[in-house]
Design a protein around this ligand. Structure first.
Ligand SMILES: [Zn+2]
Length: 305
């Protein structure tokens, strides 16, 4: 298990166990509670012994002792279960192992950490929530979404996905679904709007201290980079183009995918970002371009194909 997962689990365990110890300490400060607790505990031990030797257990006495303990705890504002650790995950008691396998909660921890890393500060939509009936041709959209979901789950030679279309055709929604799916696949996905990206590239250009590389690093390191709304961001002379090329070139070299949504047509991308960026983004070997028009969908083959 990854170190950060173990740390989170340990933190959860400690916090649950500390809380239980605190409650017990509080209960033992009260004399009547202390007495009831000692009685109950002694009875439990006795019964455990009896059980081991196949002797009869006085369950009535045990119930009475428990009842007495509960009443006394209640008097000081506690419940019986407050004396025991309340683990976040009741299956594995925050150990991460359940029935000799990695517990489901580990997957959740990983997903939420990946989501935090993704830069998205809200819970993204998922493919399960997609409603194709809002589109004029739901079957086509359904097919397209299925293909996009498949792309997220299956390794393919297509590294760049470019989704082009006017605003209001659900491009961002689709990107969110893809982000969710990729995180489900335990991928480190970085989501950025083109606006934030351009601001960061400007910052990178104008930073000259040790923090410089940390600005660019996530765009290079992430498994999948998602750039939303390319074409709406301000362009900075010699900066936007240069560093965008650097990112795309490096990612292409390492065969790491980039998903882009844009309101630009192919020739507009070329005009705006120049041939070098264009060739890294729209490349017949590794890129697929999709064009969504209004609520109708037309899947266009890459012109270079
Ligand atoms: Zn668990």
């Amino acid at each position: 298990m990854e170190k950060y997962v173990l740390e989170i689990l340990e933190e959860r365990r400690k916090s649950a166990e500390n809380k239980a110890s605190e409650n017990l300490a509080l209960a033992l400060k009260d004399d009547k509670c202390k007495e009831a607790y000692s009685n109950y505990k002694a009875l439990m031990i006795e019964n455990a012994k009896n059980e081991a030797y196949n002797k009869p257990i006085d369950s009535k006495k045990q119930a009475e002792a428990l009842d007495n303990l509960k009443k006394n705890l209640e008097r000081i504002g506690l419940k019986q279960e407050d004396l025991f650790p309340k683990y976040t995950c009741s299956n594995c008691s925050d150990t991460g192992i359940f029935e000799n396998k990695e517990c489901e909660c580990v997957k959740k921890i990983k997903s939420s950490e990946l989501l935090k890393k993704s830069g998205l500060n809200f819970k993204p939509h998922t493919f399960n929530e997609s409603n194709y009936t809002i589109f004029d041709e739901p079957d086509k959209i359904n097919k397209f979404y299925n293909a996009m979901q498949m792309w997220c789950t299956t390794p393919t030679t297509t590294k760049n996905i470019i989704i082009s279309g006017e605003s209001g055709v659900g491009k961002s929604f689709l990107l969110e679904c893809m982000l969710s799916e990729l995180i489900e696949q335990k991928k480190y996905v970085l989501y950025t709007t083109a606006f934030t990206l351009s601001q960061n590239l400007l910052k990178y250009h104008t930073t000259f201290d040790a923090g410089k590389e940390a600005i660019l690093a996530p765009y290079l390191d992430c498994d999948v980079l998602i750039i939303d709304d390319l074409g709406t961001e301000p362009m900075f002379n010699n900066i936007s183009e240069e560093y965008l090329y650097l990112i795309l070139n490096q990612r292409m070299f390492e065969q790491k995918p980039v998903i882009v949504s844009t309101n630009l047509a192919l020739n507009e991308i070329q005009d705006r970002y120049g041939d070098r960026v264009f060739s890294r983004l729209i490349n017949k070997k590794v890129s697929k371009l999709f064009f969504i028009e209004n609520s109708d969908l037309r899947l266009k083959k890459n012109k270079n194909n």
